[in-house]
Design a protein around this ligand. Structure first.
Ligand code: BEZ
Length: 267
């Protein structure tokens, strides 16, 4: 029965004509028509057509865009420069989980700065709303949020980064538009996406994990090593299979061989 219902739903979706995702120049009327399609028609399309959400993979170039932010208009690639960065998104301003997350990221700004990582947030509301929301975040988290927040009221950047919810069809705002997923993108100085995290609207992210992965990525890039489960800075690292034990000893000194394929060293 469930299979029958799923097949019928898919058939219904595939038979519904789809409107292409609007271009930057699209009129507000066309944008509204696109947004008023059933969520499934907007987002369950195959990945081959340019009008659909791009499928970003680890190693993909972070797509460029121009957007209004609380620090003025930016060209994202220019803003990145040659720096590490995190782009993290929120479904909406003045929502409880998002408010706690942004406060936590703001308080951790010195940790990101120490690692040379620029921060930029995104939420699907306009600038005036963001500015009022930041005042609340600062009050509630006793912080002083300094990084820009993108005003993505039309979900244009969310769409470009494959952050519009297609899985949870009940995750829609009062206008029936799919919320932006809670996502984190870690972007390296070559503008490559190195980490993606996607969380459901109900679950706040773990800021410590974001910092931990950045430490792992930067350590891996600098030292040519990998890191084991639950690794933290100062813990032993792994000699990757591509490096012989002999070469690892030359480079790092002591190598602890637990199995021929599992070798630890200190850096
Ligand atoms: C939140 O708590 O952050 C949230 C609530 C409803 C929709 C989206 C986000």
């Amino acid at each position: 029965m469930a299979t029958f219902l799923a097949r019928s739903a898919l058939r219904a979706v595939s038979q519904t004509p789809r409107l292409a995702f609007p271009k930057a120049t699209t009129s507000p009327v066309a944008l509204k028509s696109w947004a008023q399609q059933p969520v499934s028609c907007r987002f369950l399309a195959s990945s081959t057509k340019p009008s659909e959400q791009p499928r970003l993979r680890l190693g993909s170039e972070a797509p460029n865009f121009q957007a209004k932010t609380t620090h003025g208009e930016i060209d994202f690639h220019q803003w990145l420069g040659g720096s590490w960065a995190i782009l993290f998104s929120h479904p909406a301003d003045f929502t409880p989980v998002c408010t706690t997350e942004l406060g936590a990221f703001a308080r951790l700004a010195p940790e990101f700065e120490r690692r040379g990582v620029k921060m930029i947030g995104l939420s699907a509301n306009d600038l005036s709303s963001h500015k009022r929301w930041i005042a609340d975040i600062n009050e509630l988290s006793s912080t002083n949020l300094q990084f820009p927040i993108i005003a993505d009221a039309d979900r244009r950047v969310a769409f470009l980064y494959d952050m519009v919810d297609a899985q949870d069809l009940s995750n829609i705002d009062e206008k029936g538009i799919a919320f932006t997923i809670r996502s984190v993108f870690v972007i390296d100085p070559q503008k490559k996406i190195r980490l993606t995290m996607m969380y459901p609207a109900s679950t706040g992210r773990n800021t410590t994990e974001v910092l931990r992965v950045i430490d792992s990525l930067q350590t891996g890039d600098n030292m040519g090593v990998t890191t084991p489960v639950d690794w933290q800075l100062e813990d032993d690292v792994i000699v990757p299979p591509s490096v012989s034990t002999e070469d690892a000893k030359k480079k790092f000194g002591t190598v602890r061989e637990v199995k021929p394929y599992l070798r630890y060293t200190k850096i």
